[in-house]
Structures are given as structure tokens and as C-alpha cells.
Ligand binder design. Structure first.
Ligand code: NAD
Length: 251
């Protein structure tokens, strides 16, 4: 398939998990892809594997986003697809939320997303597609996710307003809300392997389709929203979660 031939796509946090799979899918559909991430070695290794351009840029550092935009402008001119994917998951119970954790998680998941879009607007083509990677956690009230969930709920709200304001430029802005997906994100939480296995088993039993998502499940939806097949879709949110949001009470 080459639905994205001639398009330039940027995937933040594209060296791992959902971002990596999406970069591969966007490339396989014909796009020229740029991935970003924080760690130079990981970004370069992933870029080589994927055969795409890799640029180091921390989304919580606004000047790093400025230089990312400058580099992409120099190399590609304009951008057609912006996948705002970079994010972290730092679980903590409500009584143990530190200011540092709040600022870090909000700084990447919400502020980082907002300013990525803010700064890319100058090089986004009219008619571009922005896809924000949110989470079903925005709605589920799952224990230990108060700040993470709020960062994603804020992103969903922002998505609706941005969609309205950017419509005159025919720029579409949509959000994707995955349920649990097998990626390295859970290994970065500091949970022990035993805790992670317990969490995975409990989650899996509650998902009507009885499995975690795979990054490739999400990447197909991202590529669809990026394409002209989705040209009448903006301000929308897509749950992609094996049905967990339909029936969260009874497994
Ligand atoms: P991951 O840890 O495999 O990938 C996260 C990516 O974001 C990495 O490439 C990392 O380098 C990048 N990143 C993190 N902080 C960054 C920063 N400050 N600047 C630039 N890049 C940064 O995890 P994933 O599961 O693929 O997560 C991708 C997105 O999906 C996140 O926004 C996450 O919240 C969301 N999400 C994940 C799940 C899940 O179950 N895995 C479910 C719902 C939503």
C-alpha cells in the first residue's frame, strides 16, 4: 500500500513501542518518516533498523523542540503527519503524589504534547493530520493513575479545541486512546517483575477480547487517521482497547 506516498511524518518517541511500530507502518505506506526520542543511541539504533531519520529531542525541553523543528524544516521543508506519541507512565497512589512526579509526567505527557504541536504549526502543511496518543486511562479511574490519567484527559480536551481552531487550515486533530498494549513502558515504572505479571494478568482478565494490544494494532489506526481516507474525521477520539471501556465492571 502506498497511501502515504510523498508525505512527511514525524513520530515523537518513535524509538520504542507504539511509536516504533507506527513509524514502521507509516513508512510501509510510503511516508518519509522522522522519529524522535531522548536517548541518542536508542534513537540512532531504531532509525537505522527502520530506515528512517532519527533526531534526539526531549519534548519537555521547549528549546529542543525548536531545534527539532528547524532541523526538519531544513531537511524536509514541511510536515504532513504529526504523531504526538512520546509519553511516560508513572503510577502512584493519591496520597503519594510528589510535585516532582506531577511536573515530570504532566511536563512530558501534556505540556510536551501541547508545545510540540505549538511549535510544529509553522511547518505543518494545510490539510495535515495531527494524532495525539492518549489512553483509556483518561476515563477509567484506575487506581494509581490519577496524574497519568489527568495528563491524558487534558490531552483529549486539548484535542477537541485544537481541532476546532485548526479546521480553517484543514488540519485535522484526533486522539487515540489505547487500552493496555505490550510495550517497554511498564518496565520503566519501577514495578517488580512479580508486580508487573500480577498487573498484566489482572488486566488481561478484564479485557473482553482477553488479550493486551500489540503496538501494531495501534499503528494501523494511526496510519488510517494520518491518511486521506480519514479526511472528514477531526476532533474525534478512538478507543482501541479490546473492549475494556465498554464493560469495565464485570470481566
Ligand atoms: P514506550 O516506553 O515503549 O515508548 C515511549 C516513547 O516515548 C519512547 O520512545 C521514549 O523515548 C519517548 N519519550 C518519553 N519521554 C520523552 C521525552 N521527554 N521526550 C521525547 N521522547 C520521550 O511506551 P509506549 O507504550 O509505546 O508509549 C507510547 C505512548 O502510548 C505514550 O504516550 C503512552 O502514554 C501511551 N499509551 C501506552 C499504553 C500502553 O499500554 N503501552 C496505553 C495507553 C497509552
Amino acid at each position: 500500500m502506498s497511501k502515504l506516498n510523498g508525505k512527511v511524518a514525524v513520530v515523537t518517541g518513535g524509538n520504542s513501542g507504539i511509536g516504533y511500530a507506527s513509524a514502521a507502518e507509516l513508512k510501509s505506506q510510503g511516508a518519509s518518516v522522522v522519529i524522535t526520542g531522548r536517548n541518542s543511541e536508542k534513537v540512532q539504533a531504531a532509525a537505522e533498523e527502520l530506515g528512517v531519520t532519527g533526531i534526539v529531542a526531549d519534548v519537555s525541553d521547549l528549546s529542543a523542540i525548536d531545534s527539532l523543528v528547524e532541523q526538519i524544516k531544513g531537511e524536509f521543508g514541511t510536515v504532513d503527519i504529526l504523531f504526538v506519541n512520546a509519553g511516560i507512565f508513572q503510577p502512584a497512589p493519591v496520597s503519594q503524589i510528589s510535585e516532582e512526579m506531577f511536573d515530570h509526567q504532566m511536563g512530558i505527557n501534556f505540556k510536551g504534547a501541547v508545545f510540540t504541536i505549538e511549535k510544529f504549526l509553522s511547518i505543518l502543511k494545510d490539510g495535515a493530520s495531527i494524532i495525539n496518543l492518549s489512553s483509556v486511562n483518561a476515563y477509567t479511574g484506575m487506581p494509581n493513575t490519577a496524574v497519568y490519567a489527568a495528563s491524558k484527559a487534558a490531552l483529549n480536551s486539548y484535542t477537541r479545541t485544537a481541532a476546532t481552531e485548526l479546521a480553517p487550515r484543514k488540519i485535522r486533530v484526533n486522539a487515540v486512546n489505547p487500552g493496555p498494549v505490550y510495550t517497554p513502558i511498564f518496565g520503566k515504572t519501577g514495578m517488580s517483575e512479580e508486580q508487573m505479571n500480577g498487573f498484566a494478568e489482572a488486566m488481561q482478565n478484564r479485557i473482553p477480547l482477553k488479550r493486551f494490544g500489540q503496538p501494531e494494532d495501534i499503528s494501523k489506526l494511526v496510519a488510517f487517521l494520518a491518511s486521506d481516507d480519514a479526511s472528514f474525521i477531526t476532533g474525534a477520539e478512538y478507543n482501541i482497547d479490546g473492549g475494556i471501556n465498554v464493560n469495565p465492571l464485570v470481566a
